[in-house]
Design a protein. Structure first.
Length: 391
């Protein structure tokens, strides 16, 4: 079986910059040529097979600890040397050792998980979704994420771009304005008026609200039909989220920052605190853990939403699409947020001629071996800002 003989970690540049506003401040990919805000790329080499992974550490931010330095250092000093000589199919044993050496480093774990699955798929000539149980969904509905603006018209313009340009019928408005929940509700009401009743609309305060404010905001949105509310309160307050769910009167309650691990998923299910788990692979540690969380969700009759922007990364978007495609449609809230990896906020500079494209609000998971994304080697060299090899 293929044995790993070399590991390579890089930080790669973007050709455009994305800045968005949330209640925690700017989400910013940074100026070209700077390392902060840029994605890390992993390659593992095993007997002629190369497994790829790419994830952007979202720090500075409110819920994740990883930076490009912590990710590169982890691979250079701990995980890279550990991998040399290991079989690419020994994923359970590798992660058992990972959890002893480097617990709770989710971006590092996710990148390793993606690269091993990519290599396994290439070794067996199978797309990753086949390694996860097969193709349950051929066409995957996508979701539009709307930045927070002071002017409601900007939110409307953003949502209408997703609807008119890309055919998106599910959109989520960032909330948590410094002006308070009433301003958020006003923005949502104007958004609903412009988008119409056929579009599914949610709000995401990213933990900005209190329990009482959330209950009041849900009631205030009743006539405008808020379809779902995503992580309104502090992520560890499962009892508060359960209280909100009991008060929601049919509005779906989604756990996002609250579900970062298998243990979190179990606790949320036990507390009957949510209707939907937002599965962000980079936050949980990759595909293997996401499958375990999906199992808990099925047992508790909780839906799965595929979160994570995957900004300007076809590799990261593909991993999310493969996981999404492996799940039966009835187990999913039909909305994949990884649309931002498919060119809507800027092209992926490492994949100048992508086959992985939006089709009327949907996308098909890549059908090629592994993740199914072909990286342009010349572009990879051109846009590499940092590189280290472990052998």
């Amino acid at each position: 079986m293929p044995k790993i003989d070399r590991v390579e970690i890089r930080v790669t540049d973007y050709t455009s910059r994305l800045k968005r506003t949330t209640m925690h401040g700017d989400y910013d990919t940074g100026a070209s040529g700077t390392l902060l805000g840029k994605p890390c790329l992993l390659r593992i080499f095993a007997d002629g097979i190369t497994g790829y992974a790419q994830v952007r550490p979202t720090t500075p931010g409110h819920s994740m600890p990883d930076t490009w330095k912590s990710v590169s250092g982890a691979f250079e000093e701990i995980i890279g040397p550990m991998l040399i000589g290991r079989d690419i199919f020994d994923i359970n044993a590798i992660f058992a050792e990972f959890d002893m050496f480097l617990p709770y480093n989710p971006v590092v774990r996710t990148m390793l998980d993606f690269a091993l699955h990519d290599a396994q798929g290439k070794a067996t000539n199978q797309p990753v979704h086949n390694l996860l149980g097969g193709l349950s969904q051929e066409l995957l509905p996508l979701e539009w994420s709307i930045s927070m603006y002071d002017d409601p018209q900007q939110s409307i313009n953003d949502a209408l771009r997703g609807k008119q340009e890309f055919g998106i019928n599910v959109a989520c408005l960032k909330a948590g304005s410094p002006k308070g929940w009433r301003h958020d509700v006003m923005c949502f009401e104007k958004l609903r008026e412009s988008c119409g009743p056929e579009m599914e609309l949610g709000m995401d305060p990213n933990t900005a609200w209190s329990v009482p404010d959330t209950v009041l905001a849900l009631e205030a949105c009743r006539d405008a039909r808020l379809d779902y509310i995503e992580q309104p309160i502090e992520r560890r307050d499962h009892a508060g989220l359960a209280h909100i769910r009991r008060s929601a009167r049919g509005t779906k309650v989604m756990a996002d920052e609250a579900v970062m691990s298998v243990q979190d998923a179990y606790d949320l299910a036990k507390a009957e605190a949510c209707d939907v788990f937002c599965v962000k692979l980079y936050r949980m540690g990759g595909l293997k853990i996401a499958q375990k969380i999906a199992g808990i969700a099925e047992g508790a009759n909780i839906l799965i939403n595929i979160g994570g922007l995957a900004v300007m990364s076809q590799l990261e978007a593909a991993a999310a699409a493969h996981f999404y495609a492996s799940l039966p449609a009835r187990r999913c809230m039909p909305a994949g947020e990884f649309i931002f990896g498919l060119g809507v906020s800027g092209e992926d500079p490492l994949v100048p001629e992508p086959d992985f494209k939006i089709e009327n609000g949907h996308v098909r998971p890549p059908a090629g071996p592994g993740l199914g994304i072909n990286i342009d080697e010349k572009a990879l060299e051109k846009y590499t800002l940092y590189k280290e090899v472990i052998s």
